[in-house]
Design a binder for this molecule. Sequence first.
Ligand code: DX5
Ligand code: ZN
Length: 222
Amino acid sequence: MRQNAVKIAPSILAANFARLGEQVAEAERCGADRIHVDGMDGHFVPNISMGAPIVKSLRHVTRLPLETHLMISDPDFCFDEFVEAGSDSFIVHWEGNNNLHRTIHRVKDLGKRVGLAINSATPAAVLEEVLPDLDLVLVMTVNPGFGHQHFIHSTLPKIQRVRRMIQQVRPECELELDGGIDESTDPLAVAAGANVLVAGTSVFGCSQGIETAMRRLREATK
Ligand code: DX5
Ligand code: ZN
């Protein structure tokens, strides 16, 4: 199968939950590379979203990797449940985690890919000690908790810094951006060094449909 240089990860936070299976299957047909599932606990972020049962249901409708972005206070407690449901990778946050090394190695021990997310105000330097252990770094380009927010442009220099760190220490590590990605911000994201783009509203909220949305994102990426 052809590998896209820049991967698109539609975020189901913006999907119509009454038609979730159909919409995810359509995103797959239209060239999505993975599906981004946002778990929120109403504590780490001021919103509650979805848990392992959603992953379990989606596992039956798509063959794409299901990446689980955990915006929750104690991610270590729920890995087993998500693994059983079918998650292929986990993205945990640097913020608020006093035992990050343990968390990262717990995911690796489960045989899953591990990503570390940093919020828009968190410096790139915090990645230094853990980068050799990571499969992915996710830079938040909005404040976590909600879809349909504006891309924070002041994150761009940091994204470039993260790209340089990755090239020096672990070139195979992916650099993903999450929040406010659409056809206007997509080229900025790629120019700054991102190679995975999460897109919620611009895919599932597109009035002309998922196919048009995915085509526009791909064209903006070229
Ligand atoms: C926000 C979530 C994002 C969200 C992005 O906290 O982590 O994944 O779904 O949504 P859009 O693409 O609408 O900014
Ligand atoms: Zn996310």
